[in-house]
Design a protein around this ligand. Structure first.
Ligand SMILES: [Fe+2]
Ligand SMILES: [Fe+2]
Ligand SMILES: [Fe+2]
Length: 412
């Protein structure tokens, strides 16, 4: 398996956040590019610059799990809530430990920042705070103010809200149009907007799964109906992969794909995800769009190519009737077909707040029917039905555990 670079994955994640609301589109990358420029003018070292960038790219991630209204960029009323939620999400991953601290402090005024054992933490967090403010003021729709006034606002808050040395660096840079141009260019990958050297962090393979679990939390937490869906699909897909004789490594890769398979749902408004009645054709089209969004997001991460295909093809059907591409059996790899079966099996058997999961007899009938019409891979369905009890137990156990974690997270 190829190396996955942390920055590529975080860049992909920040791209995924962009889909949640058109007002936030590009915000994280702009803050990233701007913060690295300010940090560069302050002479930051490699580690500090890289952590600063990673924190900038993820700084508002907590707002997405809290489902705050995302039609403005500054979430005025919930500064501490979304910073804390982001901290708790990122803290789940050891590789993001320091980044989590920066996110926690990204709205704390400079004079109220506590002393840290790691003295750079408050300063780096404050750079995110400053550049975030700049981007918000620069994109506030009708309330947007011009660059000169943004500079004056930042200057006026030096020492109180912003670190004096960060303000000095920002004022130097922002005197030239180049800073603003660079910050507002629609970079596909944040790396293109940066000419400062960065640490090249690679995610160890044994931590990739944990990393993808972290995404599945963000995806699932948005909708109360799907708090545990991704994890149910991951466990059943990996079990099915094992039954087909796929290698241990491929089973893990399937698990990774399953954790990410609904990442495109970030692009679907929660009202649609949670809608109890039937969707209109337009609404259905919006929901279906999540599969191509998944493809777009995951294909930006070098090293995840196969996984991106498996994940984004979970709604393809072997008879060609699926989406997003209408691929048919001979165009779908085993991994994609496994994902399709595991997704349907999990969806129909899991309980949701508004309905009970199907009984074994009902779900068996549905799966048989889908195999018969050629919608799902018939061999895989037979394999699943031959092992129905194991599959059902595996799914149930993992989703119970996931639900407990979800409730713990919400309660904290
Ligand atoms: Fe924020
Ligand atoms: Fe922000
Ligand atoms: Fe889906």
């Amino acid at each position: 398996m190829k190396d996955i670079h942390l920055l590529d994955l975080i860049n992909g994640a920040s791209g995924a956040l962009d889909y949640v609301s058109s007002t936030v589109t590009g915000h994280h990358r702009r803050v990233g590019v701007g913060a690295v420029a300010v940090g560069g003018a302050m002479g930051l070292g490699l580690r500090d610059t890289t952590d600063l960038l990673n924190a900038s790219l993820l700084h508002d991630i907590g707002a997405f799990s809290l489902d705050l209204r995302l039609d403005g960029l500054d979430f005025d009323t919930d500064h501490t809530d979304h910073a804390r939620a982001g901290y708790r999400l990122l803290k789940l991953h050891p590789i993001l430990d320091r980044v989590a601290e920066l996110v926690l402090l990204h709205h704390t005024p400079w004079r109220r920042l506590p002393a840290y054992r790691d003295p750079m933490v408050p300063l780096l967090a404050n750079i995110v705070n400053l550049v975030d403010r700049v981007d918000v003021l620069n994109h506030k729709g009708p309330r947007r103010i011009d660059r000169q006034r943004i500079r004056e606002t930042i200057r006026a808050n030096a020492g109180a809200i912003f670190a004096p040395e960060a303000v000095t660096a920002f004022l130097d840079l922002s005197a030239s149009a180049a800073f603003w141009d660079r910050m507002s260019a629609p970079w596909d990958h944040v790396r293109e907007g940066i000419d400062t050297p960065l640490a090249d962090d690679v995610i160890p393979h044994d931590q990739l799964i944990q990393f993808s679990r972290f995404f599945s939390l963000i995806i699932d937490f948005r909708s109360r109906h799907t708090a545990t869906h991704s994890q149910g699909v991951a466990e059943t897909a990996a079990t099915l992969a094992r039954l087909t004789g796929m290698t241990g490594q491929d089973q893990e890769r399937i698990r990774l794909a399953a954790n990410l398979h609904d990442i495109g749902k970030l692009a679907v408004p929660v009202v649609l995800l949670d809608k109890p009645s039937t969707l209109t054709p337009d609404e259905f089209a919006t929901v279906r769009h999540h599969a191509s969004v998944c493809e777009t997001i995951l294909h930006t991460v070098p090293g995840l190519e196969d996984i991106a295909d498996w994940a984004s093809q979970h709604h393809e059907r072997t008879d060609g009737s699926g989406y997003p591409r209408g691929l048919s059996r001979d165009q779908l790899s085993l991994g994609s077909r496994v994902m399709g079966v595991a997704d349907v099996f999990t969806a129909i058997t899991e309980d949701r707040p508004y309905r009970q999961g199907m009984t074994p007899a009902q779900s068996t009938a549905v799966l048989r029917d889908m195999a018969r019409t050629g919608s799902l891979d018939a061999d895989l369905v037979t394999l699943l039905l031959d092992n129905f009890k194991t599959m059902a137990e595996v799914r149930h156990a993992v989703q119970e555990a996931a639900l407990a974690r979800f409730e713990q997270f919400r309660a904290a």
